[in-house]
Design a protein around this ligand. Structure first.
Ligand SMILES: [Zn+2]
Length: 411
């Protein structure tokens, strides 16, 4: 692969759209895979952080990183010079460093799917449930509260919009939750079902994580908000030690101190996570039929796919699919076209008959508006949604930031 990438970077690739040079944007992988291909210490090692030279300590039978945010950041040249020798597993530097234009530190994003969803979020839930040894009693949920949370997660099912691939399951199924279920919990359902269940300190602490990832998963966020997020994550990691014990500040929890750097490099963290890769993996696996030259095989199969499949240009204007025609109104004078109950644009669906898919929100003149769609019109020149606006749009939380700023509201 390295040889092929060197060749593709130097001489490029002839395509129907001209000669294209191949540049690697990044390697998305989990911590064990990252240390395997970089020939560096695994995530349980004392010098295992891929972003800084912090030295872990051994507490309560585990390696942890409680020394806060005082650390030296690694750089590409430091890596090549082996300036932190304890980080490296072997005497030779990984072949990966020969890939042209690759920054060995920043082109290995931390991947929030593994680090946060399957890492920190899962750990927090297991601590609350008391399923991790030495979880402090002060943070544990009473059995009745755990059952209430599970019940409330199930009650949320009818309200989950159609663009989510999985519906919520109870906490009793946490060991079998997929990454996307932890994501749903962190970003949407958790703040609702945990309210009044966790103790106040743990709830506020969790809300900090929720806020940070709502921000870091949004494109084009103003730098002031990203800076706020960086400070909030420093607070989150420090408070994590105080609430749950310093020995629980694992490789993943410490990694939160570096994840904002990935936003600077890639933008919204969905641009550099394993989520799309996990979904695409099956498709990609079918393209490789023998061990030799996997990249070449993938490119050939992909060209065949483009030749024999309908080519979809992602920059084309998307088709709008109107469904469920009707004549039941409500109507307004200016609209004379056909009426529909459902409209689908890519994965985005509005359906006036579905409690999950009939609400939309938008920001106008810095004001958040939330409305219920009552009817959909297709006119000759424009499409019209007839909506009922909510008069009262109140923040869901006000500290450490007003939730309206993140488009989160009660109404
Ligand atoms: Zn670090």
């Amino acid at each position: 692969m390295v040889n092929e990438l060197k060749e593709l970077s130097k001489n490029g690739l002839i395509t129907d759209f001209g000669k294209k040079r191949v540049v690697v944007s990044g390697f998305c992988c989990d911590a064990p895979a990252r240390s395997f291909i970089l020939k560096t210490k695994g995530h349980t090692g004392f010098f295992s952080c891929s972003r800084c030279t912090i030295e872990g300590v051994y507490l309560e039978n585990r390696v942890c990183f409680p020394s806060g945010n005082s650390f030296y950041k690694r750089t590409h040249s430091n890596f090549l010079n082996r300036s932190n020798n304890e980080y490296h597993l072997t005497d030779s530097v990984s072949l990966i460093t020969e890939i042209p234009h690759l920054d060995i530190i920043f082109n290995f994003p931390l991947d929030y799917m593994h680090l946060v969803c399957l890492g920190v979020m899962k750990k927090l839930i297991l601590l609350w449930l008391g399923s991790i040894k030495k979880a402090p009693l002060s943070v544990r949920l009473e059995t009745i509260k755990g059952l209430t949370i599970s019940n409330n997660l199930l009650l949320l099912k009818p309200f989950i919009t159609s663009d989510f691939s999985r519906l919520p399951r109870g906490l009793n199924e946490v060991p079998r939750w997929k990454a996307t279920e932890y994501r749903l919990f962190l970003l949407y359902s958790g703040p609702i079902v945990l309210q009044g269940m966790l103790n106040e300190d743990c709830y506020s602490h969790f809300i900090c994580l929720h806020i940070c990832f709502r921000i870091l998963l949004t494109s084009n966020v103003e730098s002031e908000l990203i800076h706020f997020c960086e400070k909030l994550l420093i607070y989150f990691v420090d408070k994590f030690g105080k609430l749950y014990g310093k020995h629980f500040i694992s490789h993943n929890v410490h990694g939160l101190l570096h994840i904002v750097d990935d936003y600077a490099q890639y933008g919204a963290l969905d641009n550099c996570s394993c989520f799309p890769f996990e979904n695409f993996l099956q498709f990609l696996k079918k393209m490789v039929r023998k061990f030799e030259k996997p990249l070449e095989q993938v490119i050939k199969r992909y060209n065949e796919y483009l030749t024999f499949s309908e080519f979809k240009d992602s920059t084309c204007k998307k088709d709008i699919d109107f469904r469920k025609p009707h004549n039941e109104g409500p109507i307004i004078d200016q609209c004379t076209g056909s009426q529909f109950k459902c409209i689908i644009i890519d994965d985005f669906k509005i359906d006036t008959q579905s409690i999950a898919n009939c609400y939309v929100g938008f920001t106008k003149e810095n004001q958040l508006h939330i409305c219920k769609v009552e009817n959909i019109y297709r006119n000759d020149h424009e499409n019209v949604l007839i909506v009922k606006l909510f008069n009262n749009v109140e923040p869901f939380f006000t500290k450490p930031i007003n939730s309206i700023k993140l488009q989160i509201a009660n109404c």
